[in-house]
Design a protein around this ligand. Structure first.
Ligand code: ADP
Length: 407
């Protein structure tokens, strides 16, 4: 007997058994029976025409239904277990109702149909899952972007709001100082005024950092390219760091490396700010008696500056985080704010600004450290790669230098 005739013959038994085993409740069974009828019709057509694609529309509709239920119930839905059961029940009925020879023929005809059904449904399900995960990721990304935008807006508003009262404090402190001649100022009052001065100076630095971060976030950081020599920038920092290196017994070495005397174009003020941040951090995170080295080398088209210290080091998983705004590590509640004291904390904006400045110069910054260890102090090395510009990268300024050269 032909396979198709056998399939038609066993169809009622198949439907009854599958509906009985796979659905619970009369109402459900009725509906499921219809679905099963369509499924076995398509299985039959697939065998008849030797092409299992006939089953695909039915599988697609089951996958869609499973995905909907899954979304409602928040659990993984897959039709693979259902297909597995249907295959088992089908082969079971074939074995019972056909003689061994016929059963072999029917099973051989059904096997490719079921294999195709498994492959098709698992591909469809995987595609749907990937699509859903990408959509979830996109939503999460959009939410993160919104969060970052509100953070950036908050920084910008807070910085500008703080600026006005700070200017008042600075102004009144200056007026107070000027209104009484120095020789008539009581010793205590002089100390209080110094306190106000240093407090408002630190506050202004923090506000300036907040403004810089919001400029970088909004791609508004203006870089004024001029001819620069790195050794001249380091000379300034060397003079600035002398008092603290004596106070904290730190051995700070500025090497005259190849490339430090090469002229390139850059924003001297901004680069000074960037290197100052890195070197101040090296000072802050190196215990008294430690060593800090500022060295470098020439590379084709670039100069690489390295700032290494014998400080507490940075764990590998934190080495990217520290370049994000507010990327300060450790316990914020133990925060003691200072620009130079050992482990003195800041708002965690310095390296975000530094990275923004280096990026705006077409350079790169990264750090290397074996890890964080306050006892053994493995140290950290910050690398800054800056392009050597033969010509000013800013077209307008380039024209200015060109006319100066000609005159
Ligand atoms: P902060 O205002 O806290 O100094 P930064 O952005 O300059 O912020 O630095 C972020 C964090 O990176 C610091 O809080 C510190 O945990 C870590 N860090 C930076 N430089 C070093 C260094 N040389 N050694 C160890 N940790 C460092």
């Amino acid at each position: 007997m032909r396979v198709i005739e056998l399939l038609i013959q066993i169809r009622p038994i198949l439907l009854k058994r599958a509906a009985h085993r796979l659905s619970r409740g009369e109402g459900l069974r009725e509906m499921f029976l219809e679905e099963l009828g369509r499924f076995y019709d398509l299985v039959q057509q697939s065998v008849e025409f030797g092409d299992p694609v006939w089953l695909e529309p039915q599988l697609t509709s089951w996958i869609q239904a499973a995905t909907l239920t899954e979304l409602e119930q928040q659990q993984e839905g897959s039709i693979t277990p259902l297909l597995n059961d249907l295959q088992m029940i089908t082969f079971e009925v074939v074995r019972e109702c056909c003689c061994p020879e016929e059963a072999l023929d029917v099973c051989s005809a059904l096997l490719p149909v079921f294999s195709h059904a498994f492959m098709f449904s698992s591909k469809q399900e995987t595609d749907r899952l990937v699509k859903r995960i990408s959509e979830d990721l996109e939503r999460a990304n959009a939410a993160l972007e919104r969060l970052d935008k509100s953070k950036s807006d908050f920084i910008s508003v807070a910085a500008h709001e703080l600026k006005t009262p700070l200017t008042l404090i600075e102004g009144y402190a200056a007026m107070l100082r000027e209104s009484v001649p120095l020789e008539f100022l009581e010793e205590g009052i002089e100390l209080y005024l110094k306190g106000i001065d240093s407090g408002s100076k630190r506050l202004r630095e923090i506000i300036d950092d907040m403004i810089d971060v919001s400029l970088i976030d909004n791609n508004l950081l203006a870089i004024r390219f001029q001819p620069i020599w790195l050794n001249r920038l380091f000379e300034v920092i060397q003079i600035e760091t002398q008092p603290i290196s004596q106070q904290r017994i730190l051995d700070i070495q500025f090497y005259d490396f190849e490339g430090s005397r090469v002229m390139t174009y850059g924003d001297g003020e901004r680069l000074l700010q960037a290197f100052r941040n890195i070197i101040n951090n090296a000072i802050k995170f190196t215990p008294d008696g430690g060593r800090i080295e500022i060295d470098g080398r020439m590379l084709p088209g670039f100069v690489e500056v390295t700032i290494s210290d014998t400080g507490i080091g940075i764990n590998p998983e934190d080495q990217a985080v520290i370049f994000e705004k507010f990327g300060r590590l450790g316990n914020v509640s133990l925060h003691s704010t200072s620009k130079t004291r050992f482990k003195g904390g800041g708002p965690g904006l310095g390296l975000a600004i530094t990275k923004g400045i280096i990026d705006a110069h077409g350079g790169t910054i990264w750090t290397e450290s074996p890890g964080y260890d306050e006892i053994n102090c493995p140290g950290s090395t910050f690398h800054v790669l800056l392009p050597i510009y033969q010509e000013c990268p800013d077209v307008k300024t380039a024209r200015l230098f060109e006319s100066l050269r000609q005159s």
